[in-house]
Design a protein around this ligand. Structure first.
Ligand SMILES: [Ca+2]
Length: 350
């Protein structure tokens, strides 16, 4: 289970890193791959290569105490940007191919246009061949709740394989006209050994709250009391809803789980036909619980086992919508629901 969670998290993080629609850098010429790492832009001695994306925005160094103890200067980015996706950008960023990295920066938004999104930091990956899409990583957004305060924004990512460099940006979050006055300090890109987020799922020591329920079968949604209420409700207030669910479940019983096929002739490697597999199992599980009908129980099990036997849950390697959405969210999450409810049913029908 632990490895499955880790895999899911890695897929999710890579989806975040690779799915945003921002254009690649517009710089021309050959790329020089810097070797210095980690790298920090603290602005103590100059702009350190940061520049505005367009002339309507100004980038200047302010010699005042910055975000951290000992900081005596920071970068101020202010002005209107009529288009583009970045307020300001850096020079080249050293990246180690295939290595995990952390991008972090202190950001303080002093003022922002009424329709301007809160900014964030981005690392845009660059291949030697500029035409090749390499993806990007983004930090979390600056929080509007703590407006006018320094906030540390971070992102952790795996650099692409092969020769790779990159550049950083203070991102607009939109190509529409924007207005901003924001400060930057201690922008850092550094290699890391593991993703911090994985530590949250380190279960080597079980939390006390979980120890209390050791051996207790978890219920993801309805309790026994709620199930009893629902069985009454489908006779009255929920009769229409039940009719819909029953019709879907009866159809699934008749149809049986679809055979695996690599290509459905319309969705390519995403294999979107599997969405319906994920969508169908809860109908069977609900019908099973509402009626104690063994045919629904048998069908739910057949659909679950068929799903587990599929050779792939999409063949898309990196673009994570297929795996992350229909395979993991729909199928895996639904299977837990079905398993949870099916277990209760099995107990009632020894
Ligand atoms: Ca500084």
């Amino acid at each position: 289970m632990e490895s499955a969670i880790h895999t899911a998290i890695r897929v999710f993080l890579l989806c975040c890193a690779l799915s945003s629609g921002v254009p690649s850098g517009d710089e021309e010429g050959n790329i020089e791959y810097p070797t210095e790492t980690p790298r920090m832009w603290d602005f103590e001695n100059g702009l350190q290569g940061w520049k505005p994306r367009a002339a309507t925005v100004e980038v200047e160094r302010v010699t005042q105490p910055g975000a951290t103890t000992g900081s005596r200067a920071y970068l101020r980015v202010h002005g209107r940007m009529e288009e583009n996706w970045n307020h300001a950008v850096s020079d080249s960023v050293p990246l180690q191919a295939g290595q995990l990295h952390r991008l972090s920066a202190w950001v303080k938004v002093v003022s922002i246009g009424a329709t301007t999104p809160m900014p964030f930091l981005r690392c845009e990956f660059l291949a030697a061949d500029r035409r090749r899409e390499m993806g990007r990583a983004s930090t979390d957004l600056y929080s509007a709740a703590n407006h006018e305060q320094w906030q540390r924004l971070t992102a952790e990512f795996q650099a692409p394989d092969g020769p790779v460099s990159g550049w950083l940006a203070l991102e607009k979050g939109a190509s529409d006209p924007t207005q901003i006055d924001a400060y930057l300090d201690d922008v850092t890109v550094e290699p890391i050994e593991q993703l911090t987020v994985l530590a949250r799922y380190d279960m080597s020591s079980i939390p006390a709250a979980l120890e209390k329920v050791r051996g207790v079968h978890p219920r993801l949604y309805p309790t026994a009391e709620r199930l009893a209420q629902l069985r009454q409700a489908i006779q009255t207030t929920h009769a229409d809803l039940w009719a819909e669910v029953k019709a879907l479940a009866d159809g699934a019983v008749r149809q049986g789980a679809p055979q695996y096929r690599a290509d459905d002739g319309r969705s390519g490697d995403e294999q979107l036909w599997q969405r319906e597999v994920g969508n169908t199992m809860p109908h069977l599980a609900m019908a099973c619980l509402m009626t104690s009908g063994k045919r629904y129980l048998d069908a739910a099990e057949q659909w679950m086992l068929a799903s587990c036997d599929y050779a792939t849950w999409s063949e898309v390697k990196h673009i994570g919508l297929a795996k992350g959405e229909h395979a993991w969210t729909f199928t895996a999450a639904d299977k837990e629901l079905v398993f949870d409810w099916r277990t209760g049913q099995a107990v009632q029908q020894p």
